[in-house]
Design a protein around this ligand. Sequence first.
Ligand code: ZN
Length: 293
Amino acid sequence: MKRPKKMLWLSSMLFIAIASSCCYGQAQQQNHKNDVTQNTTSNDTLQTIKLDKVKVTWLCDNAEEKRMPISLFKDTPDSIISKLHLQDGLPASVSTFLVQTEGINILFDTGNGIADSQLFSNLSKTGLTVDDIRYIYLTHLHGDHIGGMLANGQPVFTNAEVYVSKTEYDAWINTPSNKNIQQKQVMEVYKDRLHLFTPGDTLPGHITSIDATGHTPGHTAYQKGKLLIIGDLIHGAALQIPYPEICASFDMDKTKAIQARKALLKLAKENHLVVAGMHLPAPGFKTNFNDLK
Ligand SMILES: [Zn+2]
């Protein structure tokens, strides 16, 4: 296992050019600065945006409509549920993101890897195969993020170097547990090309890793210029952006999860970042944080 060098992250001027490709909806093209969601239909499963010299593609993994039930957010007052009309659940997704920069292809998380997962069909629509993925950067080791890495126990990404926070790795692998069978199997299969880093380290492609601990012990966000990939910082955007103090029951350390959510949403709002989230509703991007308190 190797460790990457630390470097300063680069900030750049925001320029978004959207080339949208849809499974069911219309292809659309536009340039704008503030809201990449406004011209996208809910049936899209693939969308590419350009931020300066970074090309990022949302690759939807879920085939069926994904909604998070309001029961996942146990601390939500009834008054907020009715005010925001959340009784029938919150629009969400299971998403991965392909970042193409400096001539390399980086995949952030790999989805569920189940029979109807769309990651691989969506990846092929970008003109790439799994063999073209040079790096996989994991936000954390839950099954809906590492499930796509194995097929029948074999590695799916034959050429990819895999990066995960050392804290996250240690928490899952070195801690006695009967709930880490999948994590152990995936990490074992990729052990010869596994890299453990400390949040703050800069990874190949000049991607900065950011501590976002709370959802899991080593949950990690990533930034390159105006792009901020937040993993599972948010499970129900309609609720947790206006009320970031509300956790999903998946958050393992609620105090730290709230701190991370507030800090990174503030960072995004103040710096006009494009946020890419693994459970944000289609198209997986969020840029408008006017509803953030
Ligand atoms: Zn997840």
